[in-house]
Design a protein around this ligand. Structure first.
Ligand SMILES: O=c1ccn([C@H]2C[C@H](O)[C@@H](COP(=O)(O)O)O2)c(=O)[nH]1
Ligand SMILES: [Zn+2]
Length: 189
C-alpha cells in the first residue's frame, strides 16, 4: 500500500472525509439530461432534448425530437428542402418539448420548469403554456430572430411564463465509461 492509499484509508476509517465539491448543480444536471436525451435524435441537422422538472427538483419527463411512435425512423424522411412537402421531416417530427411533456410520469406538469437545448418554437410554446409549465430554461437562442420564435416570446410574455438563457459554468460534462475508477470510490456500508 502506497502513502496515498494509506492516507485515504485512514481518512475513511476515521470518518473524516469531506463533501465533494465538483458535483454538478441542479441546473447543470437538468440541462445535461436534456442534452443526453438529444443524443437519441436521428435528425441530421438539429438534435434537441428537453427535460421537465417539478418544484421538488424531480424529473417528470424527458424527450427529444423524433418521429411519432410507430413511424419508422428508416421510412420517414429526414430532409427538409424537398420538392414534395410530403417528403419534408417537418410534416412528421415531434418536437422535444412536446415529447417531454407527453412522456410525463406525473399527473400533470403544472408549475414545472422545462430545460431545453433550443429556445422553443411557437407550437411548443403553446403546448408549454397549456400544460401549465411556468419556466423555460434554454441553452441556445440561435433561431431567436425568426418570427416563430418571436411569437413564442410574445406568448410567454403575455402569459407570464418566465424564460432565461442558461450560461454553462463549465465547457463539458464527461461520462467516460472507460475511465470510471470504482476502486477509488469508498464502499457503501
Ligand atoms: O421547438 C423546437 C423546435 C425545433 N425542434 C426540432 C424539430 C426539428 O427536428 C429540428 C429543427 O430542424 P431544422 O432542420 O432546423 O428545421 O429541431 C424541436 O424539437 N423543438
Ligand atoms: Zn417546437
Amino acid at each position: 500500500m502506497d502513502l496515498a492509499e494509506l492516507t485515504e484509508n485512514m481518512s475513511l476509517s476515521s470518518g473524516s472525509q469531506t463533501k465533494r465539491e465538483d458535483y454538478i448543480d441542479w441546473t447543470e444536471y437538468f440541462m445535461a439530461t436534456a442534452f443526453l436525451a438529444a443524443k437519441r435524435s436521428k435528425d441530421p441537422s438539429y438534435q434537441v432534448g428537453a427535460c421537465v422538472v417539478n418544484r421538488e427538483n424531480k424529473i417528470v419527463g424527458v424527450g427529444y425530437n423524433g418521429m411519432p411512435t410507430g413511424c419508422s425512423d428508416e421510412e420517414f424522411p429526414w430532409g427538409k428542402n424537398t420538392s414534395s412537402p410530403l417528403d419534408n421531416k417537418h410534416m412528421y417530427v415531434c418536437h422535444a418539448e412536446m415529447n417531454a411533456i407527453l412522456n410525463k410520469n406525473s399527473a400533470d406538469v403544472k408549475n414545472c420548469t422545462i430545460y431545453v437545448g433550443l429556445f422553443p418554437c411557437n407550437e411548443c410554446a403553446k403546448i408549454i403554456i397549456q400544460s401549465g409549465i411556468t419556466e423555460v430554461v434554454y441553452l441556445s437562442d440561435e433561431k431567436g430572430k425568426k418570427p416563430i420564435y418571436q411569437a413564442s416570446k410574445r406568448m410567454f410574455d403575455a402569459t407570464g411564463v418566465k424564460y432565461w438563457q442558461y450560461k454553462p459554468k463549465r465547457d463539458k460534462i464527461v461520462i467516460d465509461f472507460s475511465n470510471i475508477e470504482w476502486d477509488k470510490m469508498s464502499p457503501c456500508k
